[in-house]
Design a binder for this molecule. Structure first.
Ligand SMILES: [Zn+2]
Length: 139
């Protein structure tokens, strides 16, 4: 039986019963889990889209952080919304066997400039904290 699919992902295609992430590379009509479509990943960063469902992220979202990412101080993957994050953590074949942490981010940053004659907004990430990790052995 396939895992419950997040409502935000109901329009996404499936592969092997799993949601094909919006940023996944599609090669010859097949999803390549673990490989990013560079253009979609870039668009997800620039437009603040969830890497799983492709819908806009809200103020609260999550990022996948590997030990190498922690050392470098950034994650090379776009964020995930609170509905897609637990689904990905539980079922993504690329996340389950590897060591990773998922950090929650609260951002008040507005990535788009305010229109003229509008009130200034605060900027910058409000908070970051590690919320979990997975240490399963390889498949
Ligand atoms: Zn999502």
């Amino acid at each position: 039986m396939s895992p419950a699919i997040p409502v935000r992902c109901l329009a996404r295609p499936l592969a092997g019963g799993l949601v094909v992430p919006w940023v996944s590379l599609i090669h010859n009509g097949h999803a390549v889990f673990g490989s990013l479509d560079a253009d979609r990943a870039r668009r997800a960063f620039l437009k603040r889209l969830c890497q799983i469902c492709g819908q806009p992220l809200q103020e609260r979202f999550f990022v996948i952080v590997r030990p190498a990412d922690q050392r470098q101080g950034y994650s090379p993957e776009p964020g995930l919304d609170p509905e897609c994050q637990p689904y990905a953590a539980a079922h993504c074949p690329m996340l389950i066997p590897r060591e990773f942490a998922i950090s929650e981010v609260l951002s008040t940053r507005n990535p788009w400039p305010d229109p003229p004659n509008s009130h200034p907004r605060s900027s910058g990430s409000a908070a970051r904290r590690a919320t979990g990790s997975c240490h399963e052995e390889g498949v």
